[in-house]
Ligand binder design. Structure first.
Ligand code: NAD
Ligand code: LMR
Length: 441
C-alpha cells in the first residue's frame, strides 16, 4: 500500500492535535510516511508541535514528524496539504463578530459581514499556500477546510482555476451524523441528495442503501426537535450555543417543509432572532478562546511538561475522519460519494453553471465529479443567487481593490438592512483589517 507524505497548514490550529490523532488512528487505511506541520506563527505552532512530537514518538514512531515555518521545507515532497488556516486568528474573528453587532447586525464567523471580512483576509493566505504547494510539490492535492469556504472556493475558481484544490466543509458531515442518530442508521449507509452554496444548502433526499426513504421520519423529527439528538457525543458543535443552533433547524423547516436545512441558514432567515440572542460583548469567538483553544493548548503544555502523553493524550477528532475519506478517495480512487464545493457545471440544472456550489460528488484520483441534482425551487434559487452575488463581489473587491464592490457585497447580504448600515460596518471593518486586506479605493 502506498504511504503518503502530508503537510498540515495551520499547524498551530486548535484542530491540529485532534486531526493528527485521527490520522494516526486511521493509518491502517491511509498509511503515512511523513507528517509535517506548517504555520506562519512559529510560536503558536511550536507549543502544539512539541507536544505532538512526544505523542507521535509514543504511538507512531515509524511516521517521520517535523514542523516548520519555512514554506520550502514544508511543501517539498508532499502528496497532500491539509489546510486549516485562520488568517488573523481569534483576535480578528472576535472583531468580525463584534463590529456588526454594534449595528445590530449578525456577527458571525462565516455569514454576513463577519464572513465577508474573514473572506477578505483568507483569500491572500490561501493563494499563498497554493503557490507554495505548486512550486515545491506540483502533484500535491490541497484538501482545504479553511473558512469561509464559499469565498475561498470562489477565489480558487477565479484566481487558480487549474489548481488541485478541493474545498470541503464539516457541517453537512456533522448534521448527517445527527440524522443517523435520529433514524438509527450508520451515516455511511445513507445516500443523500443536497444542493446549495457552502453554509447555505438543503438536503432533498436521504435514503437507506436499499432505497428506503428516510425523509418522512427525518422531517417529522426535525420539525419538532431540530437536529437536537439525545445521543450526540461529538468533538464538534457541542457547546450550548450550538445546541440552540441545532434546535433552530425546526424553524428553518417551516419555510421549506420538504427539505432538510443546513443549520447556518438561521443567520439568513432569522437574523433578528440571532441578534437578540447574541451578547455583543461575549460572542462565539470568546467561547472558543475560553473553551477549545484553552483546552487544547493546556493539554499540549501538560504533555510537554510531563515529557509523555501517557495518561493525558489529545483526544482523537473522529468527526474529522471525512478528511481521511477524502484523501483515500483521491489517493486510492475509491470514487466515494461526498459533498464538496465545486463548480456547478449543470449539477444544479437551473443555476449559474460557473457558481461554486455544494453538491454530492464522486471523488476519485482526478478529483470530484459533481452529481446532477436537477432543478431547484424559486425560493432557494432566489436566496442562492443573492448570496452567490455577495461572494463574487467579495472576490472582485479583493482582486480589484474596490471599495464599491465590497460595499455592494455588504449591502446585498441578507443579514444587512440597508446600504447606509452596510457602509458604517464596512468603514469599521476596513479600519480593523488594515494589516490584512488589500487597500480599497
Ligand atoms: P486557529 O486560529 O486555532 O488556527 C489557525 C492557524 O492558522 C493559526 O495557528 C495561525 O497562525 C495559522 N495561520 C494563519 N494564517 C496563516 C497563513 N497565511 N499561513 C500559515 N498559517 C496561517 O483556528 P481554528 O479555530 O483551529 O480553525 C482553523 C481553520 O479551520 C479555520 O479556518 C476554521 O474556520 C476551519 N475549520 C475547520 C474545521 C475542521 O473540521 N477541521 C472545522 C471548523 C472550522
Ligand atoms: C469553529 O470551530 O471555531 C467554528 O468553525 C465553528 C464554531 O464552533 O463556531
Amino acid at each position: 500500500m502506498k504511504k503518503f507524505s502530508i503537510v498540515i497548514a495551520g499547524g498551530g490550529s486548535t484542530y491540529t492535535p485532534g486531526i493528527v490523532m485521527m490520522l494516526m488512528d486511521n493509518l491502517h487505511r491511509f498509511p503515512i510516511r511523513s507528517l509535517k506541520l506548517y504555520d506562519n506563527d512559529g510560536e503558536r505552532q511550536e507549543t502544539l508541535a512539541k507536544a505532538i512530537g512526544i505523542v507521535m514518538k509514543e504511538i507512531a514512531p515509524e511516521v517521520e514528524f517535523s514542523y516548520t515555518t519555512d514554506p520550502k521545507e514544508a511543501f517539498t515532497d508532499v502528496d497532500f496539504c491539509m489546510a486549516h488556516i485562520r488568517v488573523g486568528k481569534y483576535a480578528m474573528r472576535e472583531l468580525d463578530e463584534k463590529i456588526p453587532m454594534k449595528y445590530h447586525v449578525v456577527g458571525q464567523e462565516t455569514c454576513g459581514p463577519g464572513g465577508i471580512a474573514y473572506g477578505m483576509r483568507s483569500i491572500g493566505g490561501m493563494m499563498e499556500l497554493i503557490d507554495f504547494m505548486e512550486k515545491y510539490s506540483p502533484d500535491c492535492w490541497m484538501l482545504n477546510y479553511s473558512n469561509p469556504a464559499s469565498i475561498v472556493a470562489e477565489a480558487c475558481r477565479v484566481l487558480k482555476p487549474h489548481s488541485k484544490v478541493l474545498n470541503i466543509c464539516d457541517m453537512p458531515v456533522g448534521t448527517k451524523r445527527r440524522m443517523g442518530y435520529i433514524v438509527g442508521r450508520d451515516p455511511k449507509d445513507m445516500d443523500v441528495k443536497y444542493f446549495g452554496l457552502n453554509h447555505f444548502g438543503w438536503w432533498t433526499s436521504v435514503k437507506d442503501k436499499d432505497g428506503t426513504d428516510l425523509m418522512p421520519q427525518l422531517l417529522d423529527y426535525v420539525s419538532k426537535n431540530g437536529y437536537l439528538t439525545e445521543k450526540a457525543v461529538e468533538t464538534q458543535h457541542m457547546d450550548a450555543s450550538w445546541q440552540l443552533t441545532h434546535k433552530k433547524a425546526a424553524d428553518l423547516l417551516k419555510l421549506e417543509p420538504d427539505f432538510l436545512p443546513n443549520t447556518y441558514l438561521k443567520y439568513y432567515l432569522y437574523p433578528d432572532y440571532v441578534v437578540e440572542h447574541t451578547d455583543p460583548n461575549h460572542t462565539r469567538a470568546n467561547e472558543v478562546m475560553e473553551g477549545r483553544e484553552k483546552e487544547v493548548f493546556s493539554a499540549a503544555r501538560a504533555i510537554i511538561q510531563a515529557g509523555t502523553a501517557k495518561g493525558g493524550e489529545f483526544s482523537i477528532d473522529n468527526h474529522a475522519s471525512f478528511i481521511v475519506d477524502l484523501a483515500c478517495a483521491i489517493g486510492f480512487n475509491t470514487r466515494e460519494q461526498m459533498l464538496c464545493i465545486v463548480e456547478n457545471k449543470g449539477a444544479i440544472s437551473n443555476f449559474d453553471p460557473t457558481a461554486m456550489v455544494e453538491v454530492p460528488c464522486l471523488v476519485g484520483n482526478e478529483g470530484p465529479e459533481p452529481l446532477c441534482q436537477g432543478n431547484i425551487p424559486t425560493f432557494e434559487k432566489g436566496m442562492m443567487e443573492e448570496q452567490l452575488a455577495v461572494e463574487r463581489l467579495v472576490v472582485e473587491a479583493w482582486t480589484e481593490g474596490s471599495y464599491l464592490k465590497l460595499w455592494q457585497a455588504l449591502t446585498l447580504s441578507k443579514t444587512v438592512p440597508s446600504a447606509s448600515v452596510a457602509k458604517q460596518i464596512l468603514d469599521d471593518l476596513i479600519e480593523a483589517n488594515k494589516e490584512y486586506w488589500p487597500e480599497l479605493k
